[in-house]
Ligand binder design. Structure first.
Ligand code: EPZ
Length: 434
């Protein structure tokens, strides 16, 4: 089935590339939005499922393109993937390949996350190096340096990482030179089957990493946090069958909160854990939104008066870089100028040019963006570039009178499940056209 799906892959992608979204603004969003499972928790958990030699069942995986790509990658490695209702069952009893090809990794950088599990399980792997994307070079030097401290030998040629662990992975003390989500995930997964104990320090502590650790413990790994950014992993030899439901997507949640704030809307987002998005909630309160929290729900009412603030992106629990573009749209409508500093990626202002075409007055200098306030966006024909920049164009279009068109929405489909359905349900006039 996957093979047939794979052969239709090219014409399916062809039609996806031509798709666009038409947005008729401006209107206020009102109602409830159910938040889907987290793309950035699902990807490392799917990679970690390779540790198993039998069956892993996952629930709440979001229906987004990156998850489809990761499932195709697992399929190409010999995993048998079956979807039954809201469950995805991965059977690895015949999973024996260790080659992750360029054509699957090139569209989704997280493909590099299969390197750790394949090395842990087979002692060898050939994985396409992910290459860059529109937000930056996206190197993997931190992953590779740390893996070499577990005994991995590697060389990079013709765009592939050729890695082996001749004596298997050996536990070690490793300190990351820089906080990296992907490197932390790759190493936690690899160390889970290493001989002996590994201590990782200066780890990223994003909620998605905590979710990965909960999943690994559920399948029998011995892992515990020994300080805020240090974690201890005692290698095991047996992985258990288990079923696991991934956490909510905190970036999707934050995006819809901003959508409510920027359209002076009145929205409740459901299926969330409010304390995990406390930074985003506090920021939106400072800007003037009224926010109430109850159990697994956050209710927000946008305010006509939006106060300007300065924002700096930082590793969790700082302000997430994945919400920077969305906040920039909101701050264009603030009462005064704001400054946004992008401290995680070197080129994450791709949305600025498109927003300026809609009437924004944003100037950038290196990783700093100066955002003039009191802007009314004008409807326009737009081009999406990366996942989060694309959604910022939708947010601006929701507030602009008239019809905007966002092209290349395959970027959006990588990380937002049913975005036009969810927005339509709360009153947006939006439709997908080929
Ligand atoms: C993860 O990317 C997320 N992706 C990104 O979300 C997110 O923006 C990012 O973390 C930061 O929070 C997934 O989880 C699948 P990093 P990752 O390693 O792991 C540099 C989205 O929109 N670096 O924490 O690639 C790197 O260049 C995506 O959903 C090295 O220099 O991020 C960047 O400047 C976009 N060497 C910084 O560290 C390395 O070996 C942080 O990168 C690795 C990273």
């Amino acid at each position: 089935r996957w093979k047939i799906y794979g052969s239709n892959w090219c014409n399916l992608t062809q039609s996806l590339i031509m798709q666009k979204l038409e947005v008729f603004g401006a209107n206020k969003l009102k109602g409830k939005i159910n938040i889907s499972g987290s793309k950035n928790a699902s990807l490392p958990i799917l990679a970690a499922s390779l540790l198993s030699k039998s069956k892993i069942t996952l629930k709440n995986l979001p229906k987004v393109k990156d998850i489809e790509t990761m499932l195709l990658l697992l399929d190409s490695l010999g995993s048998k993937v079956k979807k039954i209702k809201d469950k995805t069952i991965i059977n690895n009893s015949n999973q024996n390949k260790t080659f992750a090809s360029y054509n699957l990794v090139k569209t989704m950088r997280a493909g590099i996350l299969v390197l750790g599990p394949l090395l842990a399980k087979f002692g060898k792997a050939r994985v396409s190096s992910p290459g860059g994307c529109s937000i930056g070079v996206r190197p993997i030097d931190i992953h590779l340096k740390a893996l070499s401290q577990l005994g991995v030998k590697y060389k990079i040629n013709q765009g592939y990482v050729h890695a082996t662990a001749p004596n298997g992975l050996i536990g070690s003390k490793i300190r990351f030179s820089k906080i990296s989500v992907g490197a932390t995930e790759n190493l936690i997964i690899a160390a889970s089957l290493a001989k002996g104990t590994t201590i990782l320090s200066n780890c990223a502590i994003e909620p998605e990493i905590k979710d990965l650790v909960s999943f690994l413990i559920k399948i029998g790994c011995k892992i515990n946090w020994i300080s805020k950014r240090s974690i201890k992993i005692v290698g095991v030899s047996k992985i258990k069958d288990a079923s696991y439901s991934v956490m909510f997507d905190r970036i999707e949640a934050g995006t819809y909160l901003v959508a409510a704030a920027v359209t002076e809307g009145n929205i409740s987002i459901k299926n969330v854990i409010p304390r995990i998005i406390q930074t985003e909630i506090n920021t939106l309160k400072k800007i003037g939104a009224k926010i109430k929290v109850k159990n697994d729900e956050v209710h927000i009412v946008g305010n006509k008066k939006i106060k300007s603030i300065n924002i700096k992106t930082a590793p969790y629990p700082g302000f997430p870089t994945d919400l920077q573009a969305q906040m920039m749209v909101l701050l264009c409508k603030a009462n005064k100028q704001s400054v946004i500093k992008e401290d995680i990626f070197e080129n994450r202002f791709m949305h600025v040019a498109e927003l300026n075409r809609m009437g924004a007055k944003i100037s950038t200098d290196g990783n700093k963006a100066k955002v003039i306030g009191n802007i009314n966006f004008e409807a326009a024909e737009l081009m999406a570039t990366d996942l989060r920049a694309s959604v910022s164009l939708i947010l601006a279009a929701l507030t602009a009178k008239g019809k905007s068109v966002v092209n290349r929405i395959y970027h959006l489909d990588r990380g937002y499940e049913n975005i036009e359905k969810k927005l339509k349900k709360v009153g947006a006039k939006i439709r997908r056209v080929n």
